[in-house]
Ligand binder design. Structure first.
Ligand SMILES: *[C@@H]1O[C@H](CO)[C@@H](O)[C@H](O)[C@H]1NC(C)=O
Ligand SMILES: *[C@@H]1O[C@H](CO)[C@@H](O)[C@H](O)[C@H]1NC(C)=O
Length: 370
């Protein structure tokens, strides 16, 4: 009896090794992405939060994507991360909250943890009730790592996570839905300078943590001219861009760029890159026609004069040509603006123009829109 049990134990572990070997071979070359972000990168996480006040689950969100039904993206078409991932030849990762997410799906597609309203700081976006902060997203990623280690073993999992691509795209909400809103404690607890330091300290800890978890190839997106989003313009007396948010975005970009470069120089095997599209978006807003746009100050999808309270809802009116509007709703750029932003970021990351740092993951075609 004892012998038999022992034998069973051995054969089970033997089978387990064979099992691991098969999966190790199978997944050795798959390069996937893990995306951390806010509404600019959300692909549906918030739709699963019953109490979230930041959801893109109603028309006309997604009208130019796939079937044209809302898919959780806060735009009419693709996000910037979609466009960059497609260009890099990596699949578009599904939302973490998607109930069909399994280990196999993760191993072949990665995971997107981005959540509308989320920020670098835990307290950011509290008004939206439910959202995933960057810290929470990293916690969920740790859970994902446990699942994958259990599935393919520590060694294969370690390799899988080191070879993966990481996108970190947060920060706008830390200003728009925190520091710049008097209802948030941070708005009166900090000055421009101390708030930026607080953000950078937090971001530094988070990026180091990700590196500790195996992330090596990390791209960090900076901020655009937040003072020029329709929501900020409609709140200014003359409808122009608000200078303060723009200055804060520029300061954030400068500090984050330095932080990422420092980490890149000091963390083992790190390939951390920072890129922002501030200048290009600013130019698009100043000279829209130069880039083929006819409108750079109001949302394509809006509910007449009831701005900014009601934005893109089923009863809203859409602009005639969605490709000619820089902004889709009060906060978010349109698909055509995202294409310009993505191009600029890829340029900053060195992904364009055949430089040595051009990405070369496994020759996998981009997944069709999902
Ligand atoms: C932020 O939230 C995480 C949980 O997601 C928690 O572990 C961490 O201690 C919090 N940080 C602060 C500064 O409150
Ligand atoms: C750094 O990269 C080398 C070569 O790929 C690898 O052997 C080593 O384990 C890596 N070190 C860490 C800490 O990731």
């Amino acid at each position: 009896m004892l012998m038999k049990m022992k034998f069973n134990k051995i054969s089970v572990s033997y089978l387990f090794l064979v099992f691991q070997a098969i999966f190790f071979r199978k997944y050795e070359c798959k390069v996937v992405q893990f995306i951390f972000g806010d509404s600019l990168s959300d692909v549906g996480n918030n739709n699963y939060f019953s109490k979230s006040l930041a959801k893109a689950n109603l028309p006309w969100y997604g009208i130019d994507f796939g079937s044209g039904m809302p898919n959780g993206r806060f735009t009419n078409g693709r996000t910037v991360a979609d466009i960059i991932g497609d260009k890099m030849g990596v699949p578009r990762p599904p939302a973490f909250m998607d109930p069909t997410l399994t280990e196999d799906v993760i191993l072949s597609n990665g995971v997107n943890y981005a959540s509308g309203g989320g920020g670098i700081l835990n307290e950011t976006g509290g008004l939206f009730v439910q959202r995933l902060s960057f810290n929470k997203q990293i916690e969920l990623f740790q859970g994902t790592q446990q699942l994958i280690r259990a599935r393919i073993g520590d060694d294969a999992a370690g390799k899988f996570f080191q070879e993966a691509r990481y996108v970190v795209a947060l920060g706008s909400n830390d200003f728009i839905n925190n520091y710049l809103m008097p209802v948030y404690r941070d708005s009166w607890s900090y000055t421009d300078t101390t708030f930026l330091e607080y953000l950078m300290d937090t971001l530094q800890g988070q990026l180091k943590l990700l590196h500790g978890l195996g992330a090596r190839q990390v791209i960090v997106f900076g901020l655009g001219p937040m003072g020029c989003i329709p929501l900020q313009r409609v709140l200014s007396s003359d409808g122009g861009c608000q200078e303060k948010p723009n200055k804060l975005a520029q300061d954030f970009n400068q500090a984050a760029s330095k932080l990422v470069n420092d980490l890149n120089a000091n963390l083992v095997n790190a390939s951390f890159k920072f890129g922002d599209a501030y200048d290009v978006v600013n130019d698009v807003i100043t000279n829209p026609s130069k880039y083929g746009f006819s409108n750079a100050d109001s949302p394509c999808c809006s509910f007449g004069q009831i701005r900014p309270a009601l934005t893109c809802i089923p009863a809203s009116t859409l602009c005639k040509d969605r490709s000619k509007y820089v902004f889709w709703d009060e906060y978010h750029p349109s698909d055509s603006a995202n294409a310009i932003i993505a191009r600029e970021l890829m340029n900053k990351f060195g992904y364009l123009g055949g430089t040595a740092s051009a990405p070369s993951p496994s020759a996998m075609p981009p997944s069709s829109s999902r």
